[in-house]
Design a protein. Structure first.
Length: 130
């Protein structure tokens, strides 16, 4: 596993050395990700407005972030994510797609609850914890 990580790291470094635009775009992306992880609002604002020599796609992404700046900064401040809720929504939609409709709404609710209990991580019982 170490050799694969080393190969990927060396490949990225090699690609960054070839083009200034790629290097600037990569640095901006990594900087924004780091600031989001560390809840650094000032760093996010810095990277959003430091957009020299970036790729077109990155400039468009930063433009979207700038238009929603208050939302982005609030999201960076919080440690919570809507990822689990999005996963539950995806599961419900997938159940609805595969079922082609249920005759009864309660059957749908029962199927969702059944699926949810099957996918939850197992908690240790009192005997296993002791």
């Amino acid at each position: 596993m170490y050799y694969i990580e080393q190969f990927v790291r060396n490949s990225i470094i090699g690609a960054l050395d070839t083009d200034d635009t790629i290097s600037s775009t990569y640095d901006a992306l990594q900087g924004i990700m780091s600031c989001l992880k560390n809840h650094d609002k000032d760093g996010i604002v810095y990277y959003l407005y430091k957009n020299e020599n970036l790729s077109f796609q990155m400039k468009e992404t930063l433009k979207t972030f700038k238009s929603n700046l208050e939302i982005v900064l609030n999201a960076s401040e919080s440690k919570y994510s809507n990822g689990p809720i999005e996963g539950i929504n995806r599961m419900i939609k997938q159940i609805q797609r595969t079922a082609f409709g249920f005759r009864n709404f309660h059957h749908l609710i029962s199927r969702i609850k059944l699926q949810q209990t099957r996918t939850k991580p197992n908690t240790k019982t009192e005997l296993e914890a002791a």
